[in-house]
Design a protein around this ligand. Structure first.
Ligand SMILES: N[C@@H](CCC(=O)N[C@@H](CS)C(=O)NCC(=O)O)C(=O)O
Length: 356
């Protein structure tokens, strides 16, 4: 059953924003819980191995950032992972993929229970990514913009040996500038186009999106990564939108200026990242398609999930090594995905075509 805030006019400005029909332009709501988990514990939440649980949907681009960062930094043992059903119901994100429909660590059936444990009768939307304090069962943060920056800069004591620097101090200013444009026009731009309720609003978002993609394509023609010569937070953030582009945004969100596969540079850049350990091995195309086409009933009332596109191209050679660059800087790639976290075959690119 589709989530009501994604179906009609949202009552609560749910995290997916104004996803239905009406006169209000699409506006992404602010994360309500913005406490930070830090090395010095200044918000009352110190970094601690085994204390917190990262709750995600593999469908969600904002949550997927955190899944990728966690893998690249080797935080799998320190910060455990809960994956929700890609389909929310009217109680929002559910743990129906787990035995008895309960998260085995938190013991809850709905992510909302962790929100309620933090703030009784919390009236706002429930969103992923969310980090939950395991001992108290309380939500700590759903601040998707900050979570990954903190994993990179505050959780360093628990990083694996050889972890890359995803937000290196000397490059932060440039990373922030690049990420601001990517956020406005690309990450959030596809949502502005997809959930627009007026022609003008849609066309403005469409123009901003494809203008920005053209600029990014130019930027990436001669350099392997967005900033510096290694993978940074900026690449993670662009990747999570690009990997969904042809599967959902091109059709479902009417972002059809071109397909990712039609832009030689961006397509090779995205494939390069996809084939880098820590990126493609976190992507579940089945969850992605299920979520967008079945949950957003306001823009896809039949709930039919398209069978295409053919995703096998994600595994084709990209030749981006020829541009130089050092994916992990002085570090090394992450090891294999823990067995319990492997994406099932139905969600992988080699599975080719998948409908409902
Ligand atoms: N927490 C963020 C963004 C994260 C976000 O939008 N997550 C989506 C999934 S991609 C979500 O959980 N939406 C919940 C809903 O639609 O009710 C926000 O408040 O805007």
């Amino acid at each position: 059953m589709p989530h009501p805030s994604s179906d009609g006019a949202p009552a609560d400005g749910g995290a997916d924003g104004n996803t239905g029909y009406g006169s209000k332009p699409f506006k992404r709501s602010k994360s309500h819980f913005a406490d930070r988990i830090t090395a010095d514990g200044r918000d009352g939440w110190p970094v601690e191995a085994g204390r917190y649980r990262l709750v995600v949907s593999r469908a969600c681009p904002w949550a997927s950032r955190a899944v990728i960062s966690r893998r690249l930094l080797g935080l799998e043992d320190a910060l455990s992972l809960a994956v929700t059903d890609p389909i929310q119901d009217d109680r929002s994100w559910r743990f129906t993929l787990d035995p008895d429909g309960r998260d085995p660590v938190l013991g809850i059936r709905f992510l909302r229970e962790a929100y309620d444990a933090r703030e009784k009768d919390y009236p706002g939307g429930v969103s992923v990514p969310a980090i939950v304090d395991i001992p108290s069962g309380q939500l700590v943060t759903n601040d998707f913009q900050q979570i990954t920056l903190d994993l990179a800069t505050e959780w360093t004591a628990l990083h694996r040996p050889g972890a890359p620097e995803l937000y290196p101090e000397p490059l932060r200013e440039e990373i922030d500038i690049v990420m601001a444009g990517v956020y406005r026009d690309v990450n959030n731009g596809v949502y502005r186009a997809g959930f627009a309720t007026g022609q003008g609003e849609y066309e403005a978002a469409f123009r901003d999106l494809f203008r920005r993609l053209d600029l990014l394509s130019e930027r990436l023609a001669e350099r392997r990564y967005l900033v510096g010569d290694t993978i940074t937070e900026a690449d993670i953030r662009l990747f999570t939108t690009l990997v969904r582009f042809d599967a959902v945004y091109h059709g479902h969100f009417k972002c059809n200026g071109f397909k990712l596969t039609e832009d030689r540079v961006l397509w090779a850049y995205a494939r390069d990242l996809f084939q880098t350990p820590g990126f493609g091995d976190t992507v579940d195309f089945h969850h992605i398609k299920q979520h967008y086409y079945r949950v957003h009933a306001g823009i896809n009332p039949t709930g039919i999930v398209p069978v295409g596109p053919d995703l096998s191209g994600w595994l084709m050679p990209h030749h981006r090594e020829e541009l130089g660059g050092r994916p992990f800087g002085h570090g090394t790639p992450p090891g294999p995905v823990p067995a319990a976290e492997e994406v099932p075959p139905s969600g992988r690119a080699e599975h080719l075509l998948t409908g409902s």
